[in-house]
Structure formats: structure tokens, C-alpha cells
Design a protein around this ligand. Structure first.
Ligand code: TEU
Ligand code: CA
Length: 563
């Protein structure tokens, strides 16, 4: 155990792959992705060069929020297999040299969890009575997913709090019994051999005493200060950290609306309870707060967010790096270009994979899967997409409202993975549980395996270059030409060796003037997404007249620094 403990820092040199199992691969032919499919694809995952897997919730769930409404924390959803199959997957992943982390969702359970069913009954000697947050009168908080944050329960004769969907009642973390339950869940999975947790909306679990009203006229946002980074958050997380310490388990917190300063409290000093936090700032370069409030993409906003986190965490804490996950639409459709699919997909990979921190790759991102555009809201299944559509912009035309869903829906990240060009994209022998993106004939793993310049093989290149490379792992970050609206350029430096990462986000050719002092230096090309134009391995003299960048051109060059 102590050996494992000492090695917790493995996450700093790791690349993670995220699996949303329902859409990953169907192994038993019922149209739903499962752990049999995962088992068969572990060699593929390994072939990317990744070191760890994060599984979205695999537990029994009525799927009101696709797994984030858990009805049993210590079992596997029958759609995905059973505990034995999970152990097989875990062991095989370990044999292949990959760690496995689970999703821990403890802000809320499903309303079908035994605890909630019992809690509804009330009664003074009921041990589950105070497992949830019950009140005679609701306050004015909104939920994120379904109207007001309070729902009346006729059996108990009281209202319960749900910050997310109605079927996701919030646990009462102030109750020590609930915290004991959480610790038991941690121990259950850790003693099985799991290597850590991604902890869902972890900054929401402690609510302000008395649950005061929020500022009424601002939906959701107006009440957030009453439950984000709440009064006891760091005490409670210290209790959970202690359990994780016993096993050397890695903890990654998901914190909606986390700022750098609040994140640092979780990541450093006396209150350190997490090894990394998922931040959201860089997810709003094309929207306000959330993708549904869409605005045109601006590279400057992306650069602001990335640089802010790079600079402010430097020397104090470790970043997590991602462009996609199960909650966000596909990145090429957002920050890149479906027209320049390969070019922008590889440029986006270059832009984030070499930042300081641990990169996460979401299933399908490595082949550049794009957003799906379904023709009616009834075809969507995500609770938040449906809610947004039915609640906001009701005066707009159906087309306009549907367009908002096309650019924002979480369902775009949840279409079946496109393995090949056969029926159902090779995801399943039968009709899949959800729509396959019609572009699967062109965009699929099989095609890209055989194409040296594919997005898939480019991700492999990125991971290879990053691996065991102290400059790219630990070197200092510095951004250049911040004001440039089309090019993101940064340096990773250690000692006298620097890597420069240059990515164009322009859909046409541009001339990029290198910063002062760069001209006439020799540089080695380490990676390029136009490998015929700039051959990796070649040494070039940097031009005085600027670099002619092709659409979405990205390159990594290595230079010796003299000062
Ligand atoms: O996400 C938290 C979160 O901030 C999102 O719900 C966000 O508000 C939403 O994606 C906007 O569309 C976590 C999980 O990652 C998400 O899948 C769950 O739905 C949510 O918590 C509730 O458990
Ligand atoms: Ca299945």
C-alpha cells in the first residue's frame, strides 16, 4: 500500500482517456455500449499511448441524467455488465499498464436510491431521515436542469432540494452518516484496485447554513454563492482525502464555475484535497457561461483562459487539460472547422496537449467526431438540452431554437463511437440506443488507422512527443503574441531548451510574424500537421519575413536558448 502511496504523482506524466460507456462499444449486441465492448477495445485505447482511463458513472441508474443519477454506488448497471465484468476490465487495464479512475457523484443520488426511498418516509427514528435536504417551504433557488430547485414530495409532505434534475435529490453532506457512506463507497472501489476518482460537482456539496434566498432575478447564477465552495467544503473533503491517502488514490475535482483562486484552495496548502480540478473557463470561448448561450468563437478568449490557468497554477498546483468531455459539444464543430476537419482537429490537439498539466482525451475526440444535427428536439435525450429548448427563447422560430441545440447539446458528445464504415458504424450489430452521426462513413477509426496523417495518428504523435519529455512535462509556460487574433503561440522551457507551439486558427493562409529576436535562429521541427511542408526532424532557420501558415497549421519546434 505504501508503495502505491508514494507513486501518486504518476498522474502528472499521464495522458487520460475518458470513456462514456453507453456509446463506446456494444459487446453483447443489444445496442448499448458496455464493459464487454470496453474489454475488447482496451488494446486500442492502449495503442493511443494513454496511461489511464476515466470511466463516467457505470453504476445502476434510471438514467434521468445518464448515470449521474445513481441508485446504487456499489454495483454496475446491468446494461453495462456486472461487478465481475468490471473486475475483468480493471485487471486487463492494469495488465496493459493503464490506471483506472471512477466517477464519484456525491452531491446527489437518484430518487430511486434506497436512501431516498427511505428518507421520503420521514419519521423520527428513521436513520435515513436527514440524508437529504428537506424543508417545509422552498427558497427561491433554481436548479440547473429542471426549473425550481425544490420538489414537493407527497409522501413526506415536504420539499426536497435538487440542484440538478428532479430525479437527482441533493444529499445532506452536513449529516455525518452521509459522509460515512461516502467513505464506504471510496473504500469499496479502492479496495477493488481502482486508482482514483473524478469527483462530480464537488464544489457544491456543502450548502450555506439556513439555505438563504439567492438574487431572485438571475436564474441559477443568482443562488450559486449559497452552495459553491460552501462553509464546510474543505472539512468534508479532508475526511475523504484521508481515505484516498490510505490507498494513494488520485482525486480530480469537477468544479463548475471554479475560478483560479478557489481552485487553488482545493489544490494546494492546508486545504489541499484534490490533485487536479477541471476548470471551465476555456469552455466559454464561444458562449456565455454555458454553450446554450452561444456567441461566435474568439481565439483570444480561449488564449486568455488557458494562459490564466497556466500562469496562476505555476509552481503551486497541477492543471488538468481537456477540450471535450461528455458535457460539451464536439470541439472541431466549436473552435475548429468541419470544412478543415483534419487540419483543425490536429491544430486543436497541438494547442492543448503541450500545455503544462495532464491531458484528457474524450472518446471520439481522437478521430475528430463532430456535432450531430437532429431534426427535432424530440430526438434528443439529454435532460439539459430538452430543458433549455422548452424554457428559453420561446418566441424564436423552431429553426432558431433547434440551431441553438445543434451548437450546444451534450448529446453531440454522446453519439456512438464511429469504429468503421459498416452499418451502425461498427459500434453495434443492432440498431444503437442513440443516433449515429451520419458522417461515420468518412470519419471512423478504421479509416484513420490506415492514414498516416489522420487525426488519430496525430494524437499518437502528440502523446509520444510528450511522453518522458521533461521540457514538455515540467517546463515553464510562456505565451507569445497574445494579441494575435488567429495564432496561439506558447513556449515550454526548461534550462536552455525550449519548445515552441504555434497553432493557426485561421481558415486561410496567413503570414505570422514571429516575435522579435526569433529570426535567423535554428529550430528543429518536432511535429507538424502539414508534414510534407514541414518535415519532422528537419532543422530550419527561422525566417525574417515571418512564417507562412496554411489553414489551421500547427507546429512544434525545438530551440536552444542562449539567454
Ligand atoms: O456536470 C456539472 C455541470 O456543470 C454540468 O452539468 C453543466 O451545468 C451542464 O453540462 C451544462 O449543460 C456534472 C456532470 O459532468 C454532468 O454530466 C452531470 O449532468 C452533472 O454534473 C450533474 O451530475
Ligand atoms: Ca450492450
Amino acid at each position: 500500500m505504501s508503495e502505491k502511496k508514494e507513486s501518486r504523482d504518476w498522474y502528472k506524466e499521464a495522458v487520460f482517456y475518458q470513456i462514456w460507456v453507453r456509446s463506446f462499444c456494444d459487446g453483447n449486441g443489444d445496442g448499448i455500449g458496455d464493459l464487454y465492448g470496453v474489454y475488447d477495445k482496451l488494446e486500442y485505447v492502449k495503442s493511443l499511448g494513454v496511461d489511464a482511463i476515466w470511466f463516467n458513472p457505470l453504476y445502476p441508474s434510471p438514467n434521468a441524467d445518464y448515470g449521474y443519477d445513481i441508485s446504487d454506488y456499489c454495483d454496475i448497471h446491468p446494461d453495462y455488465g456486472d461487478l465481475d465484468q468490471f473486475k475483468k476490465v480493471l485487471n486487463k487495464a492494469h495488465e496493459l499498464g493503464m490506471k483506472v479512475i471512477m466517477d464519484l457523484v456525491i452531491n446527489h443520488t437518484s430518487d430511486e436510491h434506497k436512501w431516498f426511498k427511505e428518507s421520503r418516509k420521514g419519521g423520527d427514528d428513521n436513520p435515513y431521515k436527514d440524508y437529504y435536504i428537506w424543508r417545509d417551504e422552498p427558497n427561491n433557488w433554481d436548479s440547473f436542469f429542471e426549473g425550481k430547485a425544490w420538489e414537493f414530495d407527497s409522501l413526506r409532505g415536504q420539499y426536497y432540494l435538487h440542484l440538478f434534475a428532479k430525479k437527482q435529490p441533493d444529499l445532506n453532506m452536513d449529516n455525518p452518516k452521509v459522509r460515512e457512506e461516502v467513505k464506504n463507497i471510496l473504500r469499496f472501489w479502492l479496495s477493488m484496485g481502482v486508482d482514483g476518482f473524478r469527483e462530480d460537482v464537488i464544489n457544491f456539496i456543502s450548502k450555506k447554513e439556513g439555505l438563504p434566498n439567492g438574487i431572485g432575478f438571475l436564474p441559477v447564477i443568482g443562488s450559486i454563492h449559497n452552495f459553491k465552495d460552501g462553509p464546510h467544503i474543505h472539512e468534508y473533503l479532508a475526511e475523504f482525502r484521508k481515505v484516498c491517502d490510505e490507498y494513494g488514490a488520485v482525486q480530480i475535482g469537477e468544479g463548475p464555475m471554479t475560478t483560479v483562486n478557489t481552485a487553488l484552495k482545493y489544490l494546494s496548502g492546508d486545504t489541499k484535497s484534490m490533485d487536479m480540478m477541471f476548470s471551465f473557463d476555456h469552455m466559454t470561448a464561444d458562449c456565455l457561461f454555458t454553450e446554450y448561450l452561444h456567441r461566435p468563437f474568439k481565439l483570444i478568449r480561449l488564449k486568455n483562459a488557458l494562459s490564466k490557468w497556466q500562469y496562476k497554477l505555476a509552481g503551486k498546483a497541477w492543471n488538468s487539460l481537456y477540450l471535450e468531455n461528455h458535457d460539451h459539444p464536439r470541439i472541431i464543430s466549436r473552435y475548429g472547422s468541419e470544412k478543415y476537419h483534419r487540419e483543425s482537429g490536429t491544430a486543436l490537439a497541438t494547442a492543448y496537449m503541450f500545455l503544462k498539466g495532464t491531458p484528457f482525451i474524450y472518446q471520439g475526440q481522437e478521430i475528430g467526431m463532430t456535432n450531430i444535427k437532429l431534426s427535432s428536439i424530440d430526438q434528443y435525450v439529454d435532460v439539459s438540452s430538452k430543458n433549455n429548448y422548452h424554457k428559453y427563447h420561446l418566441k424564436d422560430s423552431i429553426e432558431d431554437r433547434l440551431h441553438r441545440i445543434h451548437v450546444s447539446s451534450r448529446d453531440s458528445a454522446r453519439t456512438p463511437v464511429q469504429w468503421d464504415d459498416s452499418e451502425n458504424a461498427g459500434f453495434s450489430r443492432v440498431k444503437p440506443w442513440f443516433f449515429v452521426n451520419p458522417n461515420y462513413k468518412e470519419i471512423n477509426v478504421k479509416n484513420q488507422e490506415s492514414d498516416k496523417e489522420s487525426i488519430l495518428n496525430y494524437y499518437r504523435e502528440c502523446i509520444r512527443l510528450r511522453k518522458n519529455n521533461p521540457v514538455l512535462l515540467y517546463g515553464k509556460y510562456k505565451e507569445y503574441e497574445h494579441g494575435n487574433a488567429f495564432v496561439y503561440m506558447y513556449e515550454r522551457r526548461r534550462g536552455n531548451i525550449s519548445y515552441f507551439i504555434i497553432c493557426s486558427f485561421a481558415p486561410e493562409k496567413i503570414l505570422f510574424m514571429l516575435p522579435k529576436g526569433f529570426a535567423n535562429h535554428t529550430a528543429k521541427i518536432m511535429l507538424s500537421n502539414y508534414p510534407k511542408k514541414r518535415v519532422p526532424g528537419e532543422i530550419r532557420i527561422l525566417p525574417e519575413m515571418g512564417l507562412k501558415l496554411s489553414p489551421y497549421e500547427a507546429l512544434v519546434i525545438k530551440m536552444k536558448r542562449t539567454k
